[in-house]
Ligand binder design. Sequence first.
Ligand code: DAH
Length: 339
Amino acid sequence: MREKLEQIKVSVEEALKNADAMEALENIRIKFMGKKGELTAVLKGMGKLTPEERPKIGALANEIRQRLEKEIEEKKAAIAAAIEAKKLEEEVIDVTMPGKRNNEGKLHPLTQVMNELKEIFMGMGFSVADGPEVEYDYYNFEALNIPKNHPARDTQDTFYIADNIVLRTQTSGMQVRVMEKTKPPIRIIAPGKVYRSDTQDATHSPVFHQIEGLVVDKNITMADLKGTLEMFVKKLYGEQTRVRFRPHHFPFTEPSAEMDYSCFNCGGKGCSVCKGEGWIEILGCGMVHPKVLANCGIDPEEYTGFAFGIGLERIAMGKYSINDLRLFFENDLRFLEQF
Ligand code: DAH
């Protein structure tokens, strides 16, 4: 039996020498120490030994078993370390490599200016109303005191979808939609696209953007209109900016005005930006016509209001010194990337 054990010891050592993978080690363990393993068989046969022999053989068998276990453990650890080292080597990160650039999109310049205007008005307590670009003639014209054959229709060359449906030529129709649904006090802006069948050139486009504004409450006066719009312009162009109102005519306001502001470029002296005028027109406005209030179910004896309409493109052109409106709509990346 001692011989048998010595023999096992030799073959264990031989086997371990050549084992260089986890499976091989596991096979060796099973071969010698598994249920039917060679060493296990010897240990099972210990009962047949004489009392003198038993401790000696037992000690030897234990020594071999411990040795075997220890070596297998050590080899396993070495193999695991080698695998880990190889993995680390393969996964090495070269921190000197240039990074991958994430191409980040940007907001269109018109969107940026629109957001800025919205921020200003929201800061003054206005909320934002949204409405359809395909609009009934009633909202775009009729309810705004622009009946069929009214000359104002000629100044807004209209795309007709059907007899009574148009692509809205102005955001003013939103006044009516909001007043029909909301009881005063009302304080909204309605930004969006509008359409006119103009031939496009540096200052005309068949689609452009307006921001409509509407305030309706008891005791609203022209002073509220002037104060609100002056404050808006100062927030947009700075405290030093001055405004002036010129009488004008819009069918849906009475009285009506256009507002100019002192040129942001020359401060009012006159320069190429303001074409020597010192003033730049920014919006149309007025006190909501009593007929329009009545059309929307609001009693003009009880309530008054003011309204205004701002052209977005003109503000953006001034802000970024852009001299051709078409650039906004051509989506040329070389242009858009500059903002
Ligand atoms: N809708 C007008 C336009 O397109 C602009 C405008 C003028 C809107 C006066 C208003 C207003 O609300 O009161 O020319």
